[in-house]
Design a protein around this ligand. Structure first.
Ligand code: EPZ
Length: 436
């Protein structure tokens, strides 16, 4: 398994290109199942999860081509689901990526049946999918759980329904958006997720011919249509990657431009950086991050969008490890999202957790160490801490990091970071479909 070695202490400066958002690209790829037309996506990041989703769709029968990488711009991917011959999403693929459950809504809506493995748990929480299933049953789906699989079918088309999610769920909102686009009648979703990645899916569905109102609000109204067609669509820039790099720049006292980042998607994050003494200034091409002051302690509570994103919690914790004073973080979305804490403590961080809260006492003494990545965003918190730590840090199990960050070492070393990947085998750690 690959490792990443970082020698801390260099100040980051320069430009960091921000890739397309993983959490937008995944549902957009699943949306290809809704039509026999060609869906052409651009600004697609090259990540392990994207490849997993491509392999999952390919085994359903989706014809996929993925362009060769062009310097510093996203790849294009075309997907055509004119020849779907398999309605099963198998355990061996679903267990590696929970977002596989996003094929459930489209398969049911277009083919009236689907057999999808239950995703199982993950490092950050049990992450049930009860809200997805309950909403689909309200739309007329018959759902049975057996042998670790979801067996779903409809008699005729899915029916529009009025659905109220008892808690905000990105994935459940996305599954129902896709299912309702081809259902009979009108579906209204109350307490819908409003994340930019959910909006990206809705805008793409509209481009494909769907009738959707209330995008970006917590009440979305979808009028089902008989069929959808293909379209060209560009994936929204990744606000979490941008926030992650902002924390990396901040902990080194650096000054970098995040090229492609969109301030309108990062208001709550920018406010917290400002409170911590880090300036985020909108530029013509993105956002400039300037950290020329001592980091100040702050308090953070994670919330659904537009609140502070849970996917930025670990990264901000790493930054606050060097703040002046004590900070408090409360994680309200997932029940086990502090797996990075013991690893940060190996580097000298002073963090105590109690249930969903963490207290971080700032220190000037972060020291390099051997540490282990436990999940995607935790791996970035270790990179961020390592950039400021004295000496060498080696991060193990970076396959977690490869799931969500494209060309991380390249982007950081281009801004002066002393970072390298130690590959323990030459072959790429994930197989890609044939390039175009
Ligand atoms: C999406 O996961 C993201 N993944 C996650 O990003 C992100 O952390 C999360 O949304 C919250 O913003 C993708 O988009 C691929 P949820 P999702 O349904 O859809 C509970 C990353 O690091 N819940 O909004 O699975 C759930 O347990 C990943 O990129 C139910 O109880 O998240 C959680 O507590 C990590 N029942 C809360 O809701 C359900 O049926 C929010 O989950 C569904 C969810």
């Amino acid at each position: 398994m690959d490792k990443i070695r970082i020698i801390g202490g260099t100040r980051l400066s320069g430009k960091i290109p921000i890739s397309g958002a993983k959490n937008a690209a995944l549902p957009l790829m699943a949306a290809s199942l809704l039509t026999d037309g060609k869906l052409a996506l651009s600004n697609v990041p090259y990540l392990a999860d994207i490849v997993t989703m491509a392999n999952l769709l390919a085994q359903h029968g989706v014809d996929i081509s993925f362009s060769a990488p062009a310097k510093n711009i996203g790849r294009t991917m075309s997907l055509s689901a004119g020849n779907i011959h398999n309605l099963t999403a198998p355990y061996e693929l679903v267990r590696t990526m929970r977002a596989s459950v996003l094929v459930l809504g489209p398969l049911l809506a277009r083919f009236g049946a689907a057999k999808v493995s239950l995703p199982g748990g993950c490092a950050i929480g049990t992450r049930p999918i009860d809200l997805h299933l309950k909403a689909l049953e309200q739309m007329g789906a018959h759902i049975e759980l057996a042998e670790g699989y979801i067996h779903a079918h409809t008699h005729g088309k899915l029916q529009g329904a009025e659905i109220t999610f008892e808690k905000v769920s990105v994935g459940a909102t996305e599954n129902i958006l896709m299912a309702a686009s081809l259902a009979e009648g009108i579906t209204i979703i109350h307490n819908a997720a409003r994340e930019p990645e959910v909006c990206d899916l809705a805008y793409c569905l509209v481009e494909m011919g769907a009738q959707i109102e209330g995008i970006g609000t917590d009440t979305i109204r979808i009028t089902g249509v008989d069929e959808l067609h293909g379209c060209d669509y560009s994936v929204v820039p990744d606000r979490i990657e941008a926030g992650s790099f902002a924390a990396a720049v901040a902990i080194t006292g650096g000054d970098c431009e995040l090229v492609g980042a969109r301030m309108e998607h990062m208001q709550s994050v920018a406010e917290k950086f400002a409170d911590a003494g880090v300036e985020m200034i909108e530029t013509e091409n993105g956002i400039r991050v300037i950290a020329d002051k001592k980091i100040q302690c702050i308090d953070i509570i994670t919330q659904p969008y537009p609140g502070f994103p849970t996917d930025m919690q670990a990264q901000m914790m790493a930054l606050l490890c060097v703040a002046d004073g004590a900070s408090m973080i409360t994680e309200t979305i997932f029940e086990n999202r502090y797996m990075h804490v013991p690893e940060l403590m190996r580097m000298g961080a002073k963090v105590i957790t109690h249930g969903s809260s963490a207290m971080i006492r700032g220190t000037d003494e972060l020291n390099g160490a051997e540490v282990m990545a436990t999940d995607l965003r935790a791996s970035l918190s270790l990179v961020i801490a390592a950039l400021a730590a004295k000496g060498e840090t080696v991060i193990h199990r970076v396959y977690h990091l490869d799931r969500g960050y494209e060309r991380l070492e390249e982007k950081l070393s281009a801004c002066g970071a002393n970072i390298e990947r130690i590959s323990e085998r030459t072959a790429a750690s994930f197989k890609i479909p044939e390039a175009a």
